[in-house]
Ligand binder design. Structure first.
Ligand code: 173
Length: 321
């Protein structure tokens, strides 16, 4: 009888520990491809805070940090190989692994529309296949880019100018006659300070974070393209999660995408801050701006479709431009 009870107790303990393993809290390792606390990491950091608050006992995120942990252009590979479980990274930093990623900047629809019309599903499939990852969220669809300059130009022509780029701006800078020099964001300040470049591409927001306003004279109009900074989860990590864990992350991802609505006011404020900092707009008027936008769109799609003929064309059809 005693032995029977002992066995029963042992079985109960074993059963308990198995079920507690199944329900166990999972901790994911996270990095950002942008510096900690700066514009394009901030909302991801809010996402982490919310997951850690709402996900007690379910899922937690351990934020390793920004580019000091993993260089920006290596974050795509780090998520692919599960060096990290979750990453905040722009597609511009992993076009080596997925040339289609250069096309995401041409999709400016809100994520609610992209989730409804099959765009999210297609982009997720690309991430599954090429980056061994799950496309959890995309942020900043309503934030455009600019070219910033330190030399005044008299017409829309970059001949003789060296411009810092990433894949986002490379094709349009070259189409305008400029010389494109690729650098990570962390090298922009020094490149400007030393005159290695005459200007740079960057979104309308964020230049104050790293003090670039001190080495920037002009902002060229018009704004163009659409920022995309994605939250990716390694696909093996994703598949190993339980339904509650997936739901918590997915619900928080939709919340994160909703934060884009804050950007309308933030962009207006940032433009005023440029002016206050003495950064002047260069604007050649509506007709020149229209031509620039048309060209920017054309050269970017041509470049994506040349590198990825089938999926690039499909992406363009989903983008509708
Ligand atoms: O300029 C960049 O480094 C870049 O490509 C980018 C993309 C998204 C957000 C901010 C910067």
């Amino acid at each position: 009888m005693k032995i029977g009870r002992l066995v029963a107790a042992a079985v109960a303990v074993a059963t308990f520990s198995v079920s507690s393993v199944l329900a166990q809290e999972v901790t994911l390792r996270a990095v950002s491809s942008f510096a900690e606390g700066t514009e394009f990491s901030k909302n991801f950091e809010r996402f982490i805070e919310k997951v850690n608050a709402d996900g007690k006992g379910v899922v937690q995120i351990n934020y390793i940090g920004g580019p000091r942990a993993i260089p920006p252009f290596e974050v795509g590979n780090a998520i692919r190989t599960k060096v990290v479980d979750i990453a905040n990274v722009t597609g511009a930093f992993y076009t080596n692994l997925m040339p289609e990623a250069d096309g995401f900047k041409l999709i400016a629809k809100p994520m609610s529309a992209q989730r409804a019309d099959g765009t999210w599903a297609f982009v997720n499939e690309l991430h599954n296949q090429k980056l061994n990852s799950y496309f959890l969220a995309r942020q900043f669809h309503n934030v455009p880019f600019h070219i910033y300059l330190n030399k005044k130009i008299e017409k829309m022509d970059f001949t003789g100018l060296k411009i810092r780029v990433t894949p986002v701006y490379k094709d349009i800078v070259e189409a305008m006659g400029g010389t494109a020099i690729t650098t990570a964001p962390g090298e922009v300040y020094t490149a400007l300070e030393r005159g290695v470049v005459d200007g740079y591409g960057w979104p309308v927001t964020g230049i104050f974070d790293l003090g670039w306003d001190k080495v920037t004279k002009f902002r060229l109009e018009p704004a163009f393209y659409s920022v995309e900074v994605n939250v990716l989860v390694n696909l093996d990590t994703w598949k190993a999660l339980g339904d509650r864990q997936k739901k918590l992350l997915s619900d928080t991802a939709v919340w994160l995408e909703g934060l884009d609505s804050e950007k309308v006011a933030a962009i207006a404020a940032e433009r005023q801050r440029h002016t206050a900092a003495g950064i002047q707009a260069i604007d050649f008027g509506a007709a020149v701006s229209q031509d620039f936008l048309k060209k920017a769109n054309e050269v970017a799609w041509a470049s994506v479709i040349r590198r990825a003929p089938e999926s690039g064309a499909k992406l363009r059809q989903l983008a509708g431009n």
